[in-house]
Design a protein around this ligand. Structure first.
Ligand code: 2PF
Length: 682
């Protein structure tokens, strides 16, 4: 709340200048602590005004009026801070009521390729900065990987659907500007086993703890023991996890071997003991017969001399004592033997578990792995052990929410006042030191090509589409192939190849009634094999109408794309019937199956840090491209070095990749960068 909350919401440090701010305000940076304080008070004050009321443009004049003295005493500094915040997308972004009109005289022309959330963000910003913007979009709709299915009262998001965390998330500001119906997700997720029966909560908890321990061990391997290469090959998260599981298995086997040895030792002791008992018994028997003989041959007192009699009685007495002693020893031995038998029994009954995980437990663990494969949109053995979670520190806090009225309300709202050409598939991106020429095909009117000339272009093609662009040989060009002329520089191509682009699919099932627990937003289904663990492993129920969303992740995500809808729906239905009973599950009224990998305008779902890649590849994908120096004579050195190709999108933002907010922020970032290059400093 208050000013501190507003600064936190803007992802800036409250009492420190960022390196970017220091670079843009060298004079303040050089000045003493007082100058810093004045700057921070102005900056934080402006952020507070904006976050408090993002529905109205925050003009410099209004900001100055509302700043408390003495921070209003240097209007020029306030103007500079205001411009800085505006240019870098900290204030006046999104959809808000304008007080000053957008400049009529245009300051440069821009083509934005792609009308996903990043393209719309960059378009909105550049438009408001006074540039002439055209957005080219191949699909017949905006939003790209934000896509909402709407039919009758059914609403379901086929692409992004979760706003992940509230604080610091630009979507929080957008939700105040437009009608986003954000609903917190109930995180509890009951699991159903392969047999359809509920997995007991305690069992679920134990395995989840084991899952977390395994991840911690993998992190320890990587970051503490620096175990990131096997030979020359970087290690994947999946490899590391399997090794740890094998090691645990080995440890269990070793414990078992040690236990067996204990049993053998106990048995040996018992055998020794029995031998001793046997020899004592023999001795007792011998003594007994000796004693009997002595007693039988006893000569009465008067029948022999005194000495002989005493000797005879002494022998009998000592033999009796010896016998008594031996009988005592026997009793003791029997007692000891009994204890030994008991100990052996206990050892035999309380052995360590036979295996690290029972096969049933392993499948529950596999469910958690599937969930991780969903979050990363790929199999665990494709993820870099060292870098797969490099963006973790930047995760927003606060609850996760879904957009109940469908996420597409956001991209649709962001189309306001921008010139968007739908059904325009870009085929060629030519760039040189003078500008760009974009060749696009109109998909509605066949064979009609348009060439758009501009000063620069912003490319928001997905990483999947870029991969096709840099790997295509001269082979037949079918579907969505984009040619860069000249080809992208090598460093860019390498990064495009290295970074991973994953897959994730959804099955939408619309029913006429709810037959699941209406209080749970989620329930999980444990697959019957490790290989199929990602197949409909999670069901979402977030709509106010009876709609279930099944997720298909990991290996299953790609497999499912070559299977017909009927088969996939059939699989879903059998999973649901297994859980809720044959008679409780009605036929769905409407169904949709996504195939993001086969979608030519996406070619996958979102980026991941693959084995051999790292967070810095995101930076390389974000870096603008300066056209190679032409051989023609040139006179204006300055123009020569301007980048003409800029890049935005989910795959270009190191700290927030694979998300809607990341894509959005990448658009704000590029607009700021372009304005810095082309509009100068205000
Ligand atoms: C055009 C195309 O037609 C496009 O219109 C455009 O270019 C390019 O735009 C998660 F991932 P674009 C989720 F919940 O929209 C996490 F990491 O494709 C999550 F917590 C996480 F931590 C979570 N195009 C053209 N035009 C012209 N000419 C031409 N030749 C051409 N080719 C193509 O890209 P973009 O970069 O602008 O926007 C990307 C974002 O939308 C994605 O990052 C986002 O959708 C990813 N995503 C999710 N993000 C999220 O914030 N929450 C989610 O719920 C989440 N969900 C996501 C997704 C993506 C589900 C799916 C199926 C994540 C979980 C999941 O529910 C595909 C997909």
């Amino acid at each position: 709340s208050g000013q501190e909350g507003a600064v936190f919401q803007s992802r800036l440090p409250f009492s420190k200048m960022t390196p970017n701010e220091e670079a843009c305000f060298p004079d303040i940076s050089r000045s003493g602590i007082l100058g810093h304080r004045v700057f921070l008070n102005i900056r934080n004050g402006l952020l507070h005004m904006w976050v408090d009321n993002p529905k109205t443009q925050l003009t410099f004049e209004n900001a100055l009026k509302r700043l408390p003295p003495p921070f209003d005493s240097d209007p020029n500094l306030v103007r500079r801070v205001h411009s800085f915040l505006e240019r870098h997308g900290f204030i006046n972004f999104g959809i808000f009521k304008r007080i000053t009109p957008i400049p009529i005289k245009k300051l440069g022309k821009v083509i934005v390729i792609g009308a996903g959330i990043s393209g719309l963000a960059v378009g909105q910003q550049l438009q408001q900065f006074g540039m002439d913007v055209i957005v080219l979009e191949a699909r017949d709709r905006v939003g790209g990987r934000i896509a909402t299915f709407r039919k009758n009262s059914y609403i379901a998001d086929l692409g992004a659907m979760v706003v992940t965390g509230v604080y610091g998330n630009p979507m929080t500001i957008l939700s105040k500007q437009i009608g986003m119906d954000l609903v917190p997700i109930q995180q509890t997720c009951p699991l159903y086993g392969p047999d359809g029966k509920p997995v007991p909560k305690e069992k679920d908890d134990v395995i989840e703890r084991e899952f977390n321990r395994l991840l911690e061990s993998a992190s320890y391997l990587s970051h503490r023991l620096d175990f990131n290469y096997a030979g020359n090959n970087p290690v994947s998260l999946g490899d590391a996890l399997e090794w740890i599981i094998n090691m645990q298995d080995k440890a269990v086997q070793e414990k078992r071997a040690a236990h067996m040895q204990e049993i053998i030792a106990a048995q040996t002791k018992i055998i020794e003991h029995r031998k001793r008992l046997k020899s004592i018994l023999q001795k007792i028997a011998t003594l007994k017969s000796e004693l009997q003989t002595l007693v039988r041959q006893r000569v009465p007192k008067g029948a022999q001399n005194e000495n002989g009699y005493a000797c005879q009685e002494y022998t009998i007495r000592t033999t009796q004592i010896k016998l008594e002693d031996l009988v005592n020893v026997e009793a003791e031995l029997r007692n000891e033997g009994h204890k030994m038998e008991l100990k052996l029994q206990e050892l035999e009954q309380n052995g360590p578990s036979q295996v690290y995980l029972s096969s049933r437990d392993r499948l529950i663990l596999d469910w958690h792995f599937a969930n991780l494969e969903f979050a990363n949109a790929t199999r665990l053995d494709n993820l870099s052990l060292k870098h797969w979670d490099q963006d973790d520190d930047f995760e927003f806090i606060g609850h996760h929410t879904t957009v109940r009225n469908g996420y597409s309300c956001v991209p649709v709202a962001l189309t306001e006042n921008i010139d968007i050409r739908l059904n325009s598939a870009v085929k060629e991106i030519k760039y040189n030191s003078k500008g760009v020429e974009i060749v696009a095909e109109n998909l509605k009117t066949s064979n009609s090509q348009m060439t758009y000339k501009a000063d620069l272009a912003v490319c928001t093609l997905t990483l999947g589409v870029l991969k096709v662009a840099v790997t295509q040989e001269e082979e037949t060009q079918h579907g969505n192939t984009v040619k860069f002329d000249p080809p992208l520089p090598d460093w860019k191509q390498q990064a495009i190849r290295r970074l991973g682009f994953g897959n994730l699919n959804k099955v939408v099932l619309c029913f006429d009634r709810i037959f699941w627990d209406p209080n749970a937003n989620l329930f999980g289904h444990v697959g019957s094999t490790t290989a199929s663990r990602g197949e409909m492993f999670l069901f979402w129920s977030i709509s106010s109408s009876p709609v279930l969303l099944a997720l298909v992740a990991g290996m299953a995500a790609n497999i499912v794309e070559s299977v017909t809808d009927d088969i996939i729906i059939g699989r879903c239905m059998s999973v649901l019937k297994n859980i809720f009973g044959n008679t409780s599950v009605p036929q769905p009224k409407e169904t949709v199956v996504t195939r993001w990998r086969s979608d030519q305008w996406a070619r996958g779902s979102y980026s991941y840090v693959s084995v051999g890649s790292s967070g810095s590849d995101y930076d390389l994908l974000a870096a603008p491209v300066i056209p190679p120096t032409s051989f023609e004579p040139h006179f204006s050195k300055e123009a020569e070095e301007l980048p003409r190709l800029f890049f935005a999108g989910e795959h270009t933002i190191r700290n927030y990749p694979a998300t809607v907010h990341g894509a959005y922020l990448s658009g704000l970032r590029e607009a700021g960068r372009i304005a810095d290059y082309y509009l100068g400093y205000p």
